[in-house]
Design a protein around this ligand. Sequence first.
Ligand code: TRP
Length: 467
Amino acid sequence: MTNSESTSAASQGVGQRWSSRWLFILAAAGSAVGLGNIWKFPYIAGENGGGVFVAIYLGCVAAVGIPIMISEVLLGRQGRSSPIHTMRSLSQCAGASGRWTALGWLGVVTGFLILSYYGVIAGWTLHYVWLSMSGAFAGADGASVGATFDAFLADPWALVFYQTLFMALTIWIVGRGVTRGIEAAIRWFMPLLFLLLLVLFIYSLNSGGFAQDWAFMFDLKWDAVSSDTVLIAMGQAFFTLSLGMGTMMAYGAYVPEDANLGTTVVSIAALDTFIAIAAGLVIFPIVFANGLEVGQGPGLTFVTLPLAFSQMPFGEVFGGIFFLLISFAAITSAISLTEPALSYLVEEYNAKRQRVALSLGVICWLLGLGTVFSFNIWSDMMIVGDLNFFGFLDYLSQNIMLPLGGMLIAFFAMWLLPKELMYKQLGITNPAVGWAWRILAGVVAPVGVLVVFVSTLWPVLASLLGL
Ligand code: TRP
């Protein structure tokens, strides 16, 4: 390779590496920890009956999430390019059909759908930074915090304003190139996020609702389970771990050769799960102590947290910082949602990062308007069943596209990629370990996804088709 060729390859991301295993853990955790942990997990746990949901979710993280994340990162590190190119080159190397490249495309489409609504909700957190700091919640009670939130959602202009702000920030950072800015930010924000969650946790412990919260989060009330619960818990495990659409494959492409994938992935999943559970332990005591509704849906976090801050000394400052941290967490996740599409376009067309980032951002922004209107002018317009535009997009991407992508990724890594390559990536030398691993990641994880799919979706499909 000539000198100029190697420089242009490096600027495309080919041959780029995280500076260490630890930085990969930070970047992957930055992708994983986001709105999924602090906003989504508490509200879907609340809507789906608490304890049993939490238990199924933890089971999905351990039995399905971790093996699939390892598969995804190992394909990325083996392919060392964007997910679409990785799937193309690995399917050739495995002698498998070129159609596997479609898996890369599925990831790109899923990323668009998710980012389109992610940008809207992340905009809410930016608005709440401002509201908290300006003292809008000082001395407020549950009813008035709820009313503030409802009024905000009813105003499409306000939602679009903050959506635009968040998307512009994301595009700007993505366009500049991720590594330095993000790595530096994550080093600061992760410890701070832990610290503020701890402060809130101590507050919640004293709020008078903690015992009820503990029972809600950890008591197994099986009668609360519906047929959809398992699918939703599994979808949440995929969403919160950033699995099933090539994000971890794209990030895996930059992992140094000598990093142990097993322990690395377990650390990422543990960090992510810890933050989700902590958010639940913070939010529900406040719900119970103030007589709020656990199943109120997407607004849960935006009502309970301001309420907690409104009753604390220096609540404006703590509240402002906390929502700012959630916005940061959302940005590091949003960036990772663009990475599969971005790295593909940059590699394939040797295009300028900034330009690609801007075009991707504009498309997501436009699609995001549908989500904005789902909270006001289109709120009653149902796409299927009782799902409006936002509900449908969210259900489709999280509960169907991500698990589908993840299942195929694990299947490909375990059964089509040459076994020696897979073992080499994982450092497996003992055949017994190899078999145990293949049963877990090659059978339990994908078949688990399939069973949940068929048992939950088949009845729905059958009734739609009139069978
Ligand atoms: N995991 C992030 C969160 O919990 C969202 C996210 C980032 C994501 N990248 C992803 C979800 C890729 C699915 C796939 O907020």
